[in-house]
Every structure is written in C-alpha cells, then in structure tokens.
Design a protein around this ligand. Structure first.
Ligand code: SAH
Ligand code: SF4
Ligand code: F3S
Length: 447
C-alpha cells in the first residue's frame, strides 16, 4: 500500500450493542487526541472507522459492501478515505478482511483499539496493520480522559462473556468475563458527570456479573457499585444493561427498592419460553425460574418496567415450544422487548445442530411474537397515562419548541417547553402511542 496523507477528519460508524457505541465514543476521543476533527454532518471523513457487530446474519458481508461503497464514493469525490474496521467482525475475521478488502488500512478488535494511534501512524507510512489481541483490561488505562458528552452517558464496567449460549458469538469476539476496577469506574463516572452527564448507563455483556473491591477493600457486586455511584452529586439517574438471569443477586434486587437514583427498569433477556429450548441454548434458567425472579424485582420495586430479548426459530423449536414463548410473554407483560430470528453463527454449537428452521417458519413466528410484544408495549404506555414523573431532556424534537427525553421507565416522551438539553422536567404523561408518549410540563429543574 502507498503512503497516504495523514487524515484530518474522522467518522466512527458504530453498529450493534451499546458497548459498541461506548467503544465508538472512546475511539473518537482517541482520534481527537491525535488532532483529528470529527467530520461534520454530510461531509466525507478522511478516516472512516467501521465499528462492526457480528451478532446476526450477514454482518461480515455488510462490512464488505460498506467498504465498497466508501471506496466508490471516495473515487468520485477525488479522495478515497482511509478505512479502519473495528468491532466484533474485526475480531472474528481478522486478517481475512485484509485479504478480501485491499482498501482497508487497519483491522482492530474490541480489546485492542487503544492502539489505534500507532496503527494510524503506520497506515500513513503505507503499512497495513491488524491487531486482534485481547490484552484484557489494558485498553482502558491507555485511553484519554472523557470529553464533553450528552446528558445520558454510557460507562462500560464489565466486558466479555463466559456463558457460552450455544447460538452466540460474543464469548468468541469479546473474550472472557472481566470486571473493570472499582476505583477506575468511580473516577470515570465522576468525569462523565463533570462533562455534563446526568444519567449513566452501566454496560457489560453480563453487567450483573461485575465484581470488585470498593474503596474500603470490601468485595462488592454491581449493587455495591450502584450504591456508591449514587452518591455522586449531579448524577440523577443510573441504569444498567445487559443482565443475565443467572447473575441477579439479592443485593441488586434490594437496590431497586432502596436506591432512588436507580431507575425502575430491567432488561433481562430470556430468549425462549420452552425449557427444552432453553436447555439446548445452554441458558441456565427455566421459564418458571425466570418468572419467579421477575416477581422478586416487582416485590422490591412494584412499578419496574420489564424488557427482554427473544430468539425465534432456534434449531428444533416446534410450534408447541414457540407457543410457550408466547405464553411467557403474556405472563410477563413487557414494557418493551427485542426479538430476533435465529441466525446460525459460524463456529457456534447451534449452527451445526439438527432441525434448522425454514425461513418462512421463522418469519411467521417473529411476526406473531412481535405483534404480542407491540400490544404489550402499547398497553404499558397506556397504563402510564396520568403518571407524573421526571423526563431527562435528551434532544430537540421535530417541531419548534418541542423536546424529547426519557421517562424513568425508558419511554420516549415528547413535550413543548422552554428548556435545554440535560434539564430534568416534571411532566404528567398523556396521549400514549406504541412508541412514545406526550408529556404535559409541570415544573422544570434547571441542569
Ligand atoms: N449478553 C446479553 C445480550 C447478548 S446479544 C444476554 O446474554 O442476553 C443481544 C441479543 O441478541 C441476545 O440476547 C439474543 O437475543 C440475540 N442473539 C444473540 N445471538 C443470536 C443469534 N445467533 N441469532 C439471533 N439472535 C441472537
Ligand atoms: Fe451471548 Fe449468552 Fe453471553 Fe449473552 S450470556 S453474550 S447471549 S453467550
Ligand atoms: Fe454485536 Fe459485538 Fe455487541 S457482536 S452485539 S457488537 S458484543
């Protein structure tokens, strides 16, 4: 590859989960610390980082077509961008990307992106570089300080996964479960609040598996961390995602009843309602143990909004087993949920199981499941009408004077008010649609 002029502008395009969004922000901060400026809206960036996701179908193919599009657009504009592929496809495909896509200068995995600056220097010299090492937690220490961010910020506290659900690539792309140090997390949370965050969502592939030692040297779990973060002045709200049913302890359940800043929301993926399917997925819960767990959260925090993830069409899933998923949905009454068609991931045990389900059957099941989930989401919103709550203002709405924010139950709320991003506005919820509610403003507490 020829040497290239050093890029002056960058764009990071993140796909997939919130941890990828967090990583994308941190990569942006790294590049900014190297003197690059974020490309403005509509402008072609001189360095494009594709921060990819490998969780479902055709992720890799999509990356190659994105690269093709970038090269073509660059040629037409007279300057091809420098391209880096990051994230979980980078980890899974590694060197293969270099072979198939000569336009790519850098391939960097999710645990190695702190080395982007060195890779960028090499790329400018015309040297292509791949780094998919997993040096555990070293990455965080090598990243620059958090810069100005919005009112709702992400903070990765735990990475990786040891659960090995038989359908999932995450244990392979993100490596083993690792908790970041308590002291580093408290410091980063404080920095985020100084930089303008009023809400922090603690992130991890298995966030409830976080463990560490607090300032007094006591071993503590996620609940202990949440209680200590709640003491930060200026931080109004704490959330966490994603949890696994196996790691939910009494202390975390109790925290939902005790810590005012911990929002009444729980995303707890179940995946399926049939115990046979759950066993084949290597999930450690049954439908009944999952429902009992939710009951304990409800006892601690009666208004808690529940969310989940579902997979339809796991190999061997019968119509009767799928019906058990629908029954579980009926029993829970989710406030929101994500549902997916099973996607065979190369190298995972489920990909070679017997009984792969036909596409039409999966389509049909997904439609029926989503109809039930949408019905429940709308019902949850309708039941919220008349509730008074705080909304954290996150952005402007489409119409002049209109603003958008989130309720404690993570519903999107729009309202007309004289306010600013980052304000906490008291509203009464009214007019509920399936995806958002209107708020009538009662009071505004300035940021
Ligand atoms: N760590 C979380 C989420 C991991 S990925 C958890 O344990 O639940 C997010 C969601 O993607 C999963 O909950 C699952 O519903 C879905 N998913 C993962 N692998 C998939 C696959 N091969 N096909 C379809 N959906 C999948
Ligand atoms: Fe994937 Fe299961 Fe780990 Fe979640 S718990 S990341 S679904 S292996
Ligand atoms: Fe996707 Fe990797 Fe997240 S595969 S869902 S970006 S952990």
């Amino acid at each position: 590859m020829k040497s290239q002029t050093a890029p002056k502008t960058y764009r990071v395009k993140s796909f997939g989960c919130q941890m990828n969004v967090y990583d994308g922000e941190r990569m942006g901060e790294l590049l900014a610390a190297q003197g690059l400026a974020p490309a403005s809206e509509g402008e072609e960036a001189e360095l494009v980082v594709l921060n990819t996701c490998h969780i479902r179908e055709k992720a890799a193919e999509k990356v190659y077509s994105d690269i093709g599009r970038l090269v073509k657009a660059g040629r037409q504009a007279g300057r091809e961008p420098m391209i880096a592929v990051a994230g979980c496809v980078a980890q899974a495909e590694g060197e293969e990307i270099m072979v198939r896509a000569p336009a790519v200068s850098m391939v960097v995995g999710p645990q190695a992106y702190h080395r982007l600056p060195e890779m960028l220097d090499k790329a400018v010299q015309g040297e292509r570089a791949t780094d998919t090492d997993m040096p555990a937690i070293a990455k965080f220490a090598a990243l620059p300080e958090r810069r100005k961010i919005g009112p709702a910020a992400f903070l990765t506290v735990q990475e990786g996964c040891d659960k090995f659900c038989t359908y999932c690539v995450v244990p392979y792309t993100r490596g083993a479960e690792i908790s970041r140090l308590y002291s580093d997390l408290v410091a980063e949370a404080q920095r985020l609040v100084e930089a303008g965050a009023r809400e922090i969502t603690l992130l991890g592939q298995n966030v409830s598996a976080w463990a560490g030692e607090d300032a007094k040297g006591r071993v503590t779990g996620l609940a202990g961390l949440i209680r200590d973060l709640a003491a930060i002045d200026g931080l109004a709200r704490i959330r966490y995602t994603t949890s696994h049913p196996a790691d939910m302890d009494d202390d975390l359940i109790a925290a939902h009843g005790e810590v005012e800043k911990l929002m009444p929301f729980l995303h707890l993926p179940v995946q399926a309602g049939s115990d046979r399917v759950l066993r084949a997925m290597n999930r450690s819960h049954t439908a009944e143990s999952y429902l009992k767990l939710l009951d304990r959260f409800r006892a601690a925090r009666p208004d808690i909004a529940l969310s989940g993830d579902f997979i339809v069409g796991f190999p061997g899933e019968t119509e009767a087993e799928f019906a058990e998923t629908l029954s579980l949905v009926d029993a829970v009454g989710y406030a929101q949920a994500f549902s997916f068609k099973y996607s065979p991931r190369p190298g995972t045990p489920a990909a070679s199981m017997d009984g792969q389900i036909a596409a039409e059957v999966m389509d049909d099941r997904l439609q029926r499941l989503q109809a039930a989930l949408n019905r429940d989401q709308h019902a949850f919103n309708r039941a919220s009408v008349g509730r008074r709550c705080e909304v954290l203002v996150e952005r402007k709405g489409k119409l002049p004077g209109q603003w958008l924010g989130k309720s404690p139950w993570l519903q999107s709320v729009w309202f007309d008010a004289d306010c600013a991003i980052g304000d906490l506005v008291q509203v009464e919820l009214g007019d509920a649609g399936p995806n958002s509610l209107e708020g009538r403003v009662l009071l505004r507490e300035p940021a």
